[in-house]
Design a protein around this ligand. Structure first.
Ligand SMILES: Cc1ncc(COP(=O)(O)O)c(C=O)c1O
Length: 353
């Protein structure tokens, strides 16, 4: 996969517009830090998120390995961004796409997947990991019952972290003129932090890799003890791990430390990014930037901190950007809410996107 593209060139297809996303300095939300904090804006990808990179790499790998042949089917378990990315790429390359998601996924997300021509299979949100109805087991069953079908399986697919080793990491290295000192990222599958973090550390072993993790996720305990703890519910979506397993895509060895961020900090920072920096992002972006700003307080003006912004705010209008929803679901935000609106949506505590 090529990682340097020229956005001003005539592109062969939408696929060639994946990657080479902008890196932008933050000015107002950095709490007086003298360090530079910059955000890698992954919502510039055509599918709207960082997951375009992993999806493309997983499909390319399956094609190259002869596992996915023309006319085949790609199956994935996803509540959002990976589903969008695979559905988009399936449309371009004429594959059927089946996305398995839980019945908590919003109407808008389902309709977006269908807009790309994907088939959507919904399973109960509360099906445990050992149930045949769990979304991972359902995806595996569909693959077994179909011809010429693959399970993309982002959490256990080495092409996922490799995509970030080959693209996200090198882009950041070049965009910072090789001066990055700290990389801050979340882990859902762990693909981004593991791949980009590994690349950056190979270039300069002094670069600190910081995992921003939601309070309630199991990654912090796993990082510190190697043990899988019980997760607690949190409202940040698509980041952290709330199921009792660690994805193979997560490489604990790349991480130097974990910074825990709670829901309120995450939501507040995401909203500030929109209002103060013009960066309309999702909830995990708020969490990651919150951690980056906290880390920046310890740093000097020589430091250059890069934080990942995985996706944009449009998928979260009915939650993150709804004052009514926040009043109901995160009452501690009340003092930060200015307007009353009637756009309250329903909770969507989805796991991996
Ligand atoms: C919005 C958002 N944030 C963070 C992540 C975590 O990225 P990764 O799976 O590479 O760890 C994802 C992954 O789906 C995501 O969609």
């Amino acid at each position: 996969m090529e990682y340097v593209r020229n956005p001003m060139k005539l592109q062969e297809s939408i696929v060639e517009t994946i990657g080479s996303t902008p890196l932008v300095k933050l000015k107002k939300v950095i709490s007086g830090s003298t360090a530079t904090v910059a955000v890698k804006l992954e919502y510039f990808n055509p599918g709207g998120s960082i997951k375009d990179r992993a999806a493309l790499a997983m499909i390319d790998a399956a094609e190259n390995d002869g596992l996915l042949r023309p006319g085949g089917t790609i199956v994935e378990a996803s509540s959002g961004n990976t589903g969008y990315a695979i559905a988009m790429l399936g449309a371009v390359r004429d594959y059927s796409v089946v996305i398995v998601c839980t019945d908590k996924v919003s109407h808008e997300k389902i309709e977006t997947l269908k807009a790309f021509g994907a088939n959507v299979v919904r399973v109960p949100f509360d099906a445990p990991l050992n149930s045949p109805e769990h979304y991972l087991n359902t995806a595996k069953r569909i693959v077994k019952e179909s011809d010429n079908a693959i399970f993309a399986n982002q959490s256990f697919n080495p092409a996922n972290p490799k995509a970030h080793y080959l693209t996200t990491g090198p882009e950041i290295w070049e965009q910072t003129d090789r001066k990055i000192t700290t990389f801050v990222c979340s882990a859902g599958t762990g693909g981004t932090i593991s791949g980009a973090g590994k690349y950056l550390k190979e270039r300069n072993g002094d670069i600190e890799v910081v995992l921003a993790d939601p309070v309630g996720s199991i990654y912090k305990t796993y990082f510190e003890t190697g043990k899988i703890d019980e997760a607690f519910p949190y409202l940040v979506e698509a980041a952290g791990q709330n199921e009792p397993f660690i994805p193979d895509a997560f490489d604990r060895g790349v991480v130097d430390r974990v910074v825990l961020v709670n829901d309120e900090e995450s939501f507040l920072m995401a909203r500030r990014l929109a209002r103060e920096e013009g960066i309309f992002c999702g909830i995990s972006s708020g969490m990651i930037v919150s951690a980056a700003v906290r880390v920046a307080q310890e740093k000097t003006k020589e430091d250059l901190i890069v934080a990942v912004v995985p996706d944009a705010g449009d998928k979260y209008l009915s939650r993150l950007y709804s004052d009514d929803w926040l009043r109901q679901n995160l009452p501690s935000m009340e003092s930060h809410l200015t307007s009353g609106d009637s756009n309250a949506g329903s909770a969507d505590p989805e796991a991996k996107s």
